[in-house]
Design a protein around this ligand. Structure first.
Ligand code: PLP
Length: 371
């Protein structure tokens, strides 16, 4: 048998989460954010699952032209927004050729667009910085940038967007301030608006506008620090699973793994799972991080190694070599693993590595999630 680690992708759950977004933001069109290989789930796999019915995504958002061209080659015809725009002017002819929609966030991009010779004008998105201070035209310059785009022969249509820094905070002034800043900066300018990421879709309805931009919630994962996807009414899409490859009885005082960072408090069974940081399981996951062995929660012990991790099997005395192990999935939210590893679920999903075998489940359009 080959190494057992697998990422199981439940396509009906993707579709169910998309419908949840529709219900939460009924007046908005949906730009499904599938950058970073569909948050680690597979770019084309996710795009196709979200496109499959009349209720599918209205557009896709990616981070690079390579991702966008892979989608076009895979037969995706819906609009594709390049969320970071283009990185050099030479990309503009490819953008025109593939019918992509670049975000324009910086004066150099504006100048490049004005100077370009394109076969036809583009639809573009003007990004306004309403307070995150990452990408975008500062609010006082938004109007001038808009007028330049309107006067540019290479521009056919303009959308307006901004991005929220603190939408995952349950209260606070940050999001209302950013919304007010964006509305002031763009007042009276024609064109559809786009603001909300996943957290804002869930809890800032005044941010919904013409388009919403869900990412993490499509994958069934909560954007909040204090909840999990199922608690937000979402269906987790990925299950990362493997198997027990060794089981031994250790003696009281025996140390486990690199650095001898954990010692058996008594005579006890210790299992070894074929999953490690070479698969994307976080090395920073502390002793005590839960793992499901044969459906039972047991704690990880010692340091995660490249290909393996160890578990305390006192809570699963019937466990045997070959038993199924869930690293995250039903009964063990990836958010919980992330908290134990000092990171966020976004990062864990994105970094599932190339040596993990992906297995798809279910017809994406079928009703009811965990197929
Ligand atoms: C990644 C991204 C999103 C999606 O964010 P989530 O928190 O995953 O919903 C939305 N908008 C932009 C501009 C992004 O870069």
């Amino acid at each position: 048998m080959s190494r057992a680690i697998e990422a199981h992708i439940h396509l009906p759950a993707l579709h169910a989460n998309l419908l949840t977004v529709r219900r939460l933001a009924p007046r908005s069109r949906i730009l499904a954010v599938i950058k970073a290989h569909g948050y680690g789930h597979g770019l084309l796999r996710v795009a196709r699952a979200l496109a499959n019915t009349g209720t599918g995504a209205d557009a896709y958002g990616v981070a690079s032209i390579e991702e966008a061209l892979a989608l076009r080659e895979g037969g995706v015809r819906a609009p594709i927004v390049l969320l970071g725009g283009f990185f050099e002017a030479a990309e503009l002819s490819q953008i025109a050729g593939a019918g992509l929609v670049p975000v324009i966030h910086h004066p150099w991009q504006l100048a490049a667009l004005e100077a370009a010779r394109l076969p036809h004008p583009l639809e573009v998105v003007l990004k306004v910085d309403s307070g995150m201070h990452r990408l975008g035209f500062p609010a006082p310059q938004a109007r001038t940038a808009y007028e330049r785009l309107r006067g540019c022969r290479n521009v056919a249509a303009i959308q307006l967007m901004t991005h929220l820094a603190c939408a995952d905070e349950r209260q606070g002034e940050a999001t209302p301030r950013q919304l007010a800043c964006f509305d002031r900066a763009t007042a009276g300018l024609p064109g559809p608006r786009s603001i909300a990421n996943s957290a804002a879709i869930l809890q800032w309805p005044t941010s919904h506008r013409d388009w919403v931009r869900p990412g993490i919630i499509l994958y069934g994962v909560s954007p909040f620090a204090d909840s999990s996807g199922p608690e937000e009414g979402l269906q987790p899409v990925m299950t990362l699973k493997s198997r027990l490859i060794s089981l031994r009885r250790c003696r009281r005082g025996d140390a486990v793994g690199y650095g001898w960072t954990w010692r058996c408090p008594e005579d006890m069974p210790v299992g070894v799972v074929a999953a490690g940081y070479g698969d994307g399981y976080p090395r920073s996951a502390a002793s005590g991080t839960p793992v499901l062995v044969g459906g039972r929660r047991v704690p990880l012990v010692g340091r995660v190694s490249m290909d393996m991790l160890c578990v305390d099997l006192r809570g699963a005395p019937q466990a045997q070599v070959g038993d199924e192990v869930v690293l995250w999935g039903p009964g063990l939210p990836v958010e919980e693993v992330a908290r134990n590893a000092g990171t966020i679920a976004y990062e864990l999903l994105c970094r599932v590595s190339g040596r993990v075998r992906f297995v798809e489940h279910g017809d994406p359009a079928a009703p009811g999630g965990q197929g």
